[in-house]
Design a protein around this ligand. Structure first.
Ligand SMILES: [Zn+2]
Ligand SMILES: [Zn+2]
Length: 411
């Protein structure tokens, strides 16, 4: 990025942080958190800082405008200690990262590109786990914020909270804080004391649970009865038992013969022929898995494994497992977009429009030279796809494109 562009972004960021109130910088037990920034001058993170209160933090970031601002999910006795082992870990918030990067969406072919840093092989759409050409995992992603992807991410947040965190883990709604990341997703912070001391392994178990990893339907009520009949869980059962029954019901209800055949072969015909009877049985009280004897428990398990795909949570497990994670500071600016990391309550989420509500540079225009962008929207302003063009745009969009490195200041 040219020096000029960076100077312009820094000027705007500095103004933003100057106007920020101390309340905006309030977080639970700030004095026990490690604070870190990535400065404008270079890409080197400055870590191991600590501040006693929002006032002293605000003074610091006013003087040292950060491109990115982070705090630790962990609480430490000595957050400023430079050696991780000397910090005195006292616990950490339980955090979930829901990001469009990890959720497959059809629109990614329109706005995302990736490139293997090892062999330069390139592609569009969802980034593969490893390069299909050379197998290496060093892949660079050129991604864009997209309205559809953000909506899918929001649905994912509701799923995680409504269907897992509240009913299965007993987490209270008031202990949940949601942050729009300022880019392509949301962070869900659980601030409850009950989870604070949980180790990496404990958090790994929670990840496996919400991602359905290692799920074995036979341990959740699916079995063969005395006379060879199939016995299954009840849709009204709590936890995974009910979830398995409901997912199986939904899948049988909507699948075609061809889809089913691709999973279990010829037995698909038995299910389609008895469909009404099977669905009625599962929903009756008590639930009864009739009409499935000849299909067999192995094939039913296969169907369940496909049926639950839509109800699993697409989270980035690394974030949840890490008990010393640095995470974006609420109300800070994301240096790759200029958008605000918005703190939301559960009730705010439904009507939250990230492409509007996280915009902070609201007044003024800017003349920029755009290199290449897909179709994008910021507030009510839509643009693109365009390439190699000089245009005047609202400052919010201008800063966004400068931050993305997709445009230069025009003179
Ligand atoms: Zn490669
Ligand atoms: Zn998209």
């Amino acid at each position: 990025m040219y020096r000029d562009n960076l100077k312009e972004i820094m000027y705007e960021f500095k103004k933003y942080y100057k106007d920020l109130s101390e309340e905006d910088l309030f977080i639970k037990d700030l004095s026990k958190r490690e604070i870190a920034i990535i400065p404008f001058e270079n890409d080197i993170m400055i870590r191991h800082m600590s501040f006693n209160n929002p006032k002293t933090l605000k003074e610091y970031i006013e003087k040292n405008t950060p491109l990115h601002l982070y705090y630790s999910s962990a609480y430490y006795r000595e957050p400023h200690a430079t050696d991780m082992n000397s910090k005195g870990w006292e616990g950490a918030d339980l955090i979930f990262d829901v990001d469009a990067d990890h959720i497959p969406t059809d629109c990614k072919v329109n706005h995302d590109k990736w490139k293997c840093l090892n062999c330069n092989f390139q592609g569009i759409g969802q980034t593969p786990e490893s390069c299909p050409n050379c197998g290496q995992k060093k892949i660079e992603l050129i991604s864009w914020i997209c309205e559809n992807c953000l909506n899918v991410a929001k649905e994912e947040v509701f799923k995680l909270i409504d269907e897992y965190l509240i009913p299965d883990f007993g987490i209270k709604i008031e202990d949940i804080e949601i942050c729009f990341s300022g880019h392509r997703g949301y962070h869900i912070h659980v601030l409850s004391e009950n989870f604070k001391k949980l180790s990496n392994d404990g958090r790994r178990e929670i990840v496996d649970y919400v991602k359905g990893i290692g799920l074995e339907p036979r341990l959740h009520g699916l079995k063969i009865g005395g006379n060879g009949s199939i016995i299954g869980p009840d849709p009204k059962d709590p936890g995974w038992r009910g979830r398995i029954a409901r997912a199986f019901y939904e899948y049988i209800n909507k699948c075609t013969l061809e889809e089913l055949r691709s999973i279990i072969g010829k037995s698909a015909e038995i299910i389609i022929r008895n469909k009404e009877k099977i669905l009625e049985g599962i929903m009756s009280n008590p639930s009864s898995w009739i009409g499935l004897n000849k299909v067999g428990i192995g094939k039913i398990t296969k169907i369940i494994n496909i049926a639950i795909k839509d109800i699993l949570c697409n989270i980035d497990e690394r974030v949840t497992i890490d008990i010393k994670r640095l995470i974006r500071y609420p109300n800070s600016l994301h240096g790759k977009t200029g958008l605000k990391v918005c703190r939301l309550s559960y009730n705010d989420l439904e009507k939250f429009d990230p492409l509007k509500d996280s915009v902070v540079f609201k007044s003024g225009e800017m003349k920029i030279y755009v290199k290449e962008i897909p179709k994008i929207r910021i507030e009510d302003y839509e643009i693109g796809p365009i390439k190699d063009m000089e245009i005047e745009v609202p400052k919010s969009l201008g800063i966004y494109l400068l931050c993305k490195g997709a445009a230069e200041l025009a003179h």
